[in-house]
Design a protein around this ligand. Sequence first.
Ligand SMILES: Cc1ncc(COP(=O)(O)O)c(C=O)c1O
Length: 408
Amino acid sequence: MKFPKDGMDSEALFADMRERKKQDADWEGGRTWSLLYPAGKEVDDVLRKANELYVFENALNPFRFPSLRQMEVDVVAMAADLLHGGEEAGGCMTSGGTESILMGVKSARERARVERGVTRPELLAPVSAHPAFAKAAHYLGLEHKQIPLGPDLRADVDAAASLINDQTALVVGSAPNYPHGVVDPIPELAGLAAERGISFHTDSCLGGFLLPFYERLGEPVPPFDFRVPGVTTMSADVHKYGYATKGASVILHRDAEHLKKYQLFMYDRWPGGLYGSFAMAGARPAAPIAAAWAILHYLGESGYVRLAGVIRDTVKKLRAGIERETALRVFGEPVMSVMSFGSDTLDIGAVGDVMDDRGWHLDRQDNPKALHMMVSPQHAKVADAFLADLHAAVAQHGDSRGVEARYS
Ligand SMILES: Cc1ncc(COP(=O)(O)O)c(C=O)c1O
């Protein structure tokens, strides 16, 4: 596309944009199972208004926009409270899970260098950990080592123990992980790290704003947060199960006075004055911070518990429906709202194709081959329709054997 010569009438412009948007996934109809976490129209309205109020500000310099600075401080404090951070906990907001993870890895690398003299830092993360850890290792010059999974698809603790060495800067566990929705053995992994003075990061990007509310509902939640000794940093995404619009996550340190300095970048060797930053980004949009603050206040604990209840009931219905299909099985023991399912007899990719044709957007996975789901409150209203289509898709492929031909 060439740079436009003249400007465009705004009515025509928005008509054009609306037209373009028609090709996008129908997330409002509950048809997507990843990327978005819709929680209903009322929540959407609050998010829209909060975004609009802070469209133009810049969160780079907190002293210019004190209201914004206070909102960031508040969001971090609320997340720390939820995750049992205690008085010493602190952190920052970032643009998302990946940036929180990058900052967690950077902090661990610096800590290992300063406190243990580590010069060839290694990062130890389960095979199922989000690619953000591999990305962080790549960007920040750490060697990435993978902890294999046990038969329950959780990180194998003995294997982790044998991989740790004097250059390990960070050990990681997920609560839960993206591929299977299972929670790694956080106390055991964090214990291995703590014994050796190594940092440990719980990636609760997915679970940080949902597991605490599952716990309040009386559901079994494995230990994952700062109540576990040895957990030094955590990531929790407000833009996932906090239901905020995109661009909002939190990186937390157990002991901010000790650990947060390792996250900081400071520079004064230029004419522009002292430049300090706790994140990868320079200029930062204000709207995601404002929207995160707004939605946490709008829903409050009771609102989050209510939505967690809707998710839990929907997951139970979906899981029961999937398991009623004798050819299908759910992998591992998913703890909350994320799960994957596959088959020993059916071509699960072909089942996914039929679901695509029927308008459902299910992500594909490998090792084991699976379809992946992240359940949001919005899915309560489509669970029955989804299961009916899944049943039809399985029936259509009931005679297919040996998945290798098409999906290997
Ligand atoms: C467990 C987990 N960690 C980290 C991330 C990365 O988050 P983001 O996409 O916000 O960068 C994701 C994204 O889905 C995730 O599921």
